[in-house]
Design a binder for this molecule. Structure first.
Ligand SMILES: [Zn+2]
Ligand SMILES: [Zn+2]
Length: 302
């Protein structure tokens, strides 16, 4: 096990930068927001810890890539920024998305992400990929097939046995597809992947600073270790891209966890339906994260 520990100075530069304009932008944030983000510089912070590598197959060791600090994010000429006209993130089940994308993105779409329970990488020779996003087009597609507890059992019914060539108007392969039980762990893993990939669409690259949602992950065990929250450096990037009050964001996240889903509890449909919006919302696995947000809210609102 290896701890990736950066000096306070390195983290300060990554978070605040040395560019005078970005320093003054930082100084203009709410006092509470700065107090929270400055936790990144505290080696003993109980809110933001270092990245811990468990093996050589972990992402950082196996995929060397340049680290992106706030200034590099800010000045990235290829970064897409939402505008008042294009500010919606659409999440579509895949049966719909192919038809949907064929026409065009809705007028107000900043990005469109497709989700499916079908394993999109069914061959053993393919590397295990959680999802992929096209940064420039604002389109991503993700399979949650491997997130259920039953994926690695031989009984898993969601595997595509043969990839058949279909005419472009025939999407029947995606119809009436098996949906595994929506467990709390599956929901947590899916939320991690979706928010990580949408982060990429906003131009946030893999985080090498602190334990963070935006850390790369090479395998499911590493993805499970990655927290659902952003470190302060990535949080500042997202805030810069979208523009939100950190307090409001954290409160909205707590509200999402606390809100009951509107459907009948305990009922998981056997087959997916394209218009199925009444899936259960088991949030037990989010409880620890909820506690963490409450602590952060206390720091911001002190
Ligand atoms: Zn990634
Ligand atoms: Zn980060």
């Amino acid at each position: 096990m290896q701890i990736v520990r950066h000096s306070e100075q390195t983290l300060r530069t990554a978070l605040i930068s040395k560019n005078p304009a970005l320093v003054s932008q930082y100084k203009n944030l709410d006092a509470g927001e700065q107090r929270l983000m400055n936790e990144a510089l505290q080696p003993a912070s109980d809110l933001f810890g270092p990245i811990i590598l468990h093996s050589r197959s972990d992402w950082i060791t196996s995929h060397p890539e340049p680290a992106q600090d706030f200034e590099e994010f800010f000045s990235d000429p290829y970064r897409r920024t939402p505008s008042p006209e294009k500010c919606s993130i659409y999440i579509q089940c895949i049966g719909h998305i192919l038809k949907f994308l064929k026409k065009r993105k809705p007028e107000d779409a900043f990005c469109v992400v497709g989700i499916t329970m079908i394993d999109l990488y069914p061959r053993d020779s393919w590397n295990f990929v959680f999802g992929q996003a096209s940064l420039t087009d604002g389109v991503g597609i993700f399979s949650f097939a491997r997130y259920g507890n039953d994926f690695y059992s031989s009984h898993y019914k969601g595997k595509v046995k043969t990839l058949q060539k279909k005419s472009s108007s025939d999407y029947s392969i995606f119809d009436n597809y098996y949906t595994p039980e929506v467990t709390s762990v599956l929901l947590l893993r899916s939320c991690k992947t979706l928010t990580h990939e949408v982060g990429h669409i906003f131009g946030v690259r893999h985080c090498q600073w602190l334990a963070c949602l935006m850390q790369g992950s090479n395998h499911l065990e590493e993805a499970d270790r990655r927290p659902l929250n952003l470190c302060p450096i990535c949080l500042r990037k997202l805030q810069c891209a979208i523009g939100f009050k950190i307090v409001e964001r954290y409160k909205a996240l707590v509200k999402w966890i606390d809100d009951e889903s509107a459907d009948t509890p305990g009922v998981t449909p056997k087959h997916s339906r394209e218009d199925n919006v009444n899936l259960p919302k088991p949030v037990e696995a989010f409880k620890e994260w909820r506690e963490w947000i409450i602590k952060c809210l206390a720091v911001v609102q002190k």
